[in-house]
Design a protein around this ligand. Structure first.
Ligand code: C2O
Ligand code: CU
Length: 473
């Protein structure tokens, strides 16, 4: 009911009719052009522009070394809803920011992050999607977390370009949903430069309090870069590379945009350009889009979707409105260096099987019938190629995430990929099967889990051990 009311409420927030002057970033709180539909209510909120994210300053002058400081601390988050209501959430942030500061590096750089833990509890930072050495992976398995009041230095070299992110891996659901996360971008100097390289971080918040994040059926209120339904000013003819992250602990996005030009996924550029009608983003997923505004404004629509079974009934909701400041013809797309490579053919064998099971009713979430940390460790030798089959035996979707390496998607529910698709997080549909391939190129004990964080914290996590040496050595 709550969901429906929220969605209906959004749906009632009519955009200004076309003959009204457009929203601009000079809009003031008393802007006369804002929505005046709710005349008997308190005045609706003034339009809020899409907040830019802050880059973490690079403290090392060496151009091949990026050194940044992150402090995790409590933070009171404030959100102003479209009806003007202020919501307050007691949570956390890195350097006082949610999303945290963006870490930018280029392929081959050394990245050093000095972390201070000013929380009242231990924490860690996991570098989601980046192939880091095991000691730097930010998990509390085989090592201690960073105690309250303590510091730790993470250091690793970034090898693959892409849009990655960072977040704690201790008391994970609570800390991430409280606002501890940020984006790590690894650029490749070979890729063309758009007019604008824009990060869009989506999160959904539950204003009844953080603990309400555990109520799996409840959809929250989505924010973009920390704002509810901002507007994004672009110029016609501009070319934007949008790097999109779903940082929610459990909410899915089913994005519908006028023309989707999908450039990449979790692990950088895809093998080719595609133009799907919609893109599903499970928690933890990233996509990259080429946005080419032209003559008219448009909305970023989220179609109703719940992880208990997928597409749902209900009105569509606008997450953000793109306002075209200077209408013009769309620019031609850039020539992105797509590899064009075809998918690896599925050899048919299965080396490791992972089975998701559990239910909200039982409150137990399992991987291969086990609850972390009481798990059977699967093992591979360095250099092994492994085919993994992930089966979902539950009425709830689960995004499968593997640490330490990337995975090539072979098929989803028996439908083979045509072109190479590398991810680190892949949604496994309700009662569905996903087959993936990986090369065991990074020794360590890698967490493998569902990225719906209450599920992971509830035990839906296991360990894949990659040995230090090839088989027989
Ligand atoms: Cu983004 Cu183990 O998680
Ligand atoms: Cu799950």
């Amino acid at each position: 009911m709550m969901i429906l009311m929220l969605l209906l409420f959004w749906a009632c927030q009519d955009p200004p009719p076309n003959n009204e002057p457009p929203l601009t970033d000079s809009a003031q709180p008393d802007d006369p052009h804002q929505d005046t539909a709710n005349t008997d209510e308190e005045p609706p909120r003034a339009p809020i522009p899409l907040p830019p994210l802050t880059d973490a300053p690079d403290l090392d002058p060496d151009e091949d070394v990026v050194q940044v400081e992150l402090t995790a601390a409590p933070k009171t988050h404030r959100f102003v809803d479209v009806d003007g209501t202020e919501h307050v959430v007691e949570g956390y942030a890195y350097n006082g920011l949610t999303p945290g500061p963006t870490i930018r590096a280029k392929v081959g750089d050394q990245v050093i992050i000095d972390v201070d833990n000013n929380l009242d509890q231990p924490t860690t930072i996991h570098w989601h999607g980046v192939g880091v050495p095991f000691e730097m992976d930010g998990v509390a398995w085989m090592g201690a977390p960073i105690a309250a009041g303590a510091s730790f230095q993470y250091a690793f070299t970034v090898q693959r370009p892409g849009t990655f992110w960072y977040h704690p891996h201790f008391n994970t659901n609570r800390q991430v949903s409280g606002g501890l996360y940020g984006v790590l971008i690894v650029t490749d100097p070979e890729e063309p430069a758009p007019d604008l390289d824009q990060i869009l971080v989506f999160d959904d918040w539950h204003f009844e309090g953080l603990d309400d994040h555990d109520h799996l059926a409840a959809e929250g209120t989505w924010t973009v870069n920390g704002q509810i339904q901002p507007f994004w000013d672009l110029d016609g003819g501009q070319i934007v590379r949008a790097r999109v992250l779903n940082a929610s602990n459990l909410g899915y996005l089913d994005l519908r945009l006028p023309e989707i030009r999908l450039l990449g996924g979790d692990q950088g550029l895809n093998a080719r350009l595609t133009a799907p009608d919609n893109v599903l983003m499970a928690p933890g997923d990233r996509i990259e889009l080429e946005v080419r505004p032209a003559q008219t404004d448009f909305e970023w629509i989220n179609a109703p979707y719940v992880h208990q079974g997928g597409a749902a009934w209900g009105p569509e909701a606008s997450l953000m409105r793109v306002h075209v400041d200077a209408p013009d013809d769309a620019a031609p797309g850039l020539s992105w260096p797509f590899s064009g490579l075809r998918s690896t053919e599925d050899p048919g064998r299965t080396d490791i099987t992972y089975v998701f099971s559990g239910s909200n009713e039982s409150g137990v979430w399992m991987l291969n019938g086990e609850v972390f940390p009481d798990v059977t460790i699967e093992e591979l030798s360095l250099g092994d190629e492994a085919i993994l089959e992930i089966r979902n035996l539950s009425p709830t979707e689960h995004p499968f995430h593997m640490h330490g390496t990337r995975i090539e998607i072979l098929s989803v529910n028996g439908i083979a990929e045509t072109h190479q698709r590398w991810e680190d997080t892949i949604n496994v549909p309700t009662y569905g099967t996903v087959r993936v391939r990986m090369i065991a190129d990074n020794p360590g004990d890698w967490m493998t889990h569902c990225h719906i964080l209450p599920h992971a914290d509830g035990g839906m996590m296991t360990v894949l051990r990659v040995h230090e040496s090839p088989e027989g050595e």
